[in-house]
Structure formats: C-alpha cells, structure tokens
Design a protein around this ligand. Structure first.
Ligand code: MN3
Length: 262
C-alpha cells in the first residue's frame, strides 16, 4: 500500500501552493471529501487547488509533473495500481519532458542555434506534449477513490446545465461512453464547456489534442489510449470506461464548471 506520504515524499514540488497565479487553467477550486486530506476551510472540506503551480515552475520556466492527489492503488479496483504507476510516472512524465524539450528547441531556433527548418516539427511536438501534460493533470485531479467522492452524479449548477444541454443524466452518460468508446486509435472522451455558447459539449480528441473544440474548457476526460487500461482490461475498452464512471470526482468537475462560468 502506497501512502499519501509516499506520494508527497516522491514529489519534488509541494502538493499545494497558494501562489494564486492565474494561468491558462487558472486556480482550480476543488471541493469534496476526496480532497479532505488537503485540509478544510470554514469547516468545509474544500480547498482551492492551484493546478497551474502543480504543472509549471515559474522559477525555472519549465513544466513539472504534479504528484497524484491520492495513492497509486486508491482507484482500485476500477483502475489498477500498476497502470497508475506506469501512466503517471512514465507516460505523464514523458509528456512533461517532451514539452520542455520542444520549448528548448524553439528557443534555440529563435536564438539562431537550432535548425530553423525543423520549426514545424517542434511546434507540433509542443502542441502534442503540452496538451498531454494538461490532459493528464486534469485527469488525475478530477478522479477520486469511489469511497472518497468518486462516482455518483453531479449536483448544483453543473447538473442543471447537463440536463439542459444533454436532456438527462442518462443521455449524457450514453453519449459520453459512446464518444469515448469509439475514438479511433488513441485519444480521449471529454465533457467540455464551449466558452462562446456557454453550453456543454462532449467531444473526442484524437491523440492529445486534435479535433478538440478550440477554446473549449475541459471539465472531465477519460483517457482511452491503451496505456490507460490495457493491463487490466486488455481490449475491453467499454469495461474500462464503465469503471471510470465510478471514480469521477463530480464535485471537482462541478467546481471547474463554476469557475469557467464566472
Ligand atoms: Mn495517458
């Protein structure tokens, strides 16, 4: 059993920062019992989670790997410990490394040191790896163990918006599962907010970012790359997506929605 302390001891940066900096993602307000470990405010189990400071280091101008907000085995039996270890420590870390590498190469080209003919390649690498870093950071922080806030249904303003835009919870679930399940090859299924219509949309993203709605605010997504589920579910992607529904931290997702609507 890996403890939360192990997680934090392995992390090179603090789990929580109150620098309060507002970036592309901004300060993410996350509430719910799953995050009670982070402390309480006004007697309620809620904290403002600064996801930006977990993903980016202003001091070094580099992307950084955020620690998982729970133990590697905390999402068992829905998502297994070995998958979580490899997915977070190897795959997500690789996106962070790739994003920083692309930034370095583009800097070199700007400074006349790099191969300018490769700028298209490095711009693609930047988009791919940075999107992968963002996707996985949101992924970890919008899941919770099923006995600590994971699963169930949203409430409040998000629930009302989902009923308005999808007709019902059941219709949302059916479309979300079908979208995620039918991604060709590697990608994600997402619930996102179109900031212009202010309506919720379900989209597939190919790989890490292609075919996303531009400007869409990601609320919750399921990673359907095979590395996310193959160890336990093999080719049974639909079973994995069903299991994922049991670990969605809807209070965290609802907080993201409320923040995006402000
Ligand atoms: Mn992944």
């Amino acid at each position: 059993m890996t403890t939360h302390q192990d997680q934090r001891a392995n992390a090179s940066e603090p789990v929580l920062s109150r620098r309060g900096a507002m970036g592309a993602l901004g300060a993410m307000a996350v509430a719910g019992p799953a995050l009670a470990q982070y402390g309480s405010r006004n007697g309620k189990n809620e904290e403002t989670l600064d996801l930006r400071s977990l993903m980016w280091d202003d001091a070094t101008s580099e992307y950084i790997l955020p620690p998982l907000p729970y133990a590697y085995d905390a999402l068992e039996p829905h998502i297994d410990e070995e998958t979580m270890r490899i997915h977070h420590d190897k795959h997500h870390a690789g996106y962070v490394r790739g994003a920083n590498g692309a930034l370095q190469q583009l800097k070199a080209i700007r400074e006349g040191q790099g191969d300018a003919s490769l700028i298209k390649h490095w711009e693609r690498q930047l988009a791919f790896h940075t999107s992968g870093h963002i996707n996985h950071s949101i992924f970890w922080y919008t899941m919770a163990p099923s006995d600590a806030g994971g699963g169930g249904r949203p409430s409040g303003s998000l629930a009302r918006a989902m009923n308005r835009d999808f007709g019902s919870w059941d219709q949302f679930v059916a479309q979300f599962k079908a979208a995620a399940g039918s991604v060709e090859g590697s990608g994600w299924g997402w619930l996102l907010l179109d900031p212009f219509s202010k309506q919720l949309r379900i989209v597939q993203t190919m790989n890490q970012q292609n075919e996303n709605i531009r400007g869409g605010v990601s609320l919750v997504g399921v990673d359907v790359w095979e590395h996310a589920y193959y160890l336990r579910y093999q080719n049974r992607r639909a079973d994995y997506i069903n299991a994922f529904m049991n670990v969605i931290n809807w209070s965290a997702v609802g907080a993201l929605y409320d923040q995006a609507m402000r």
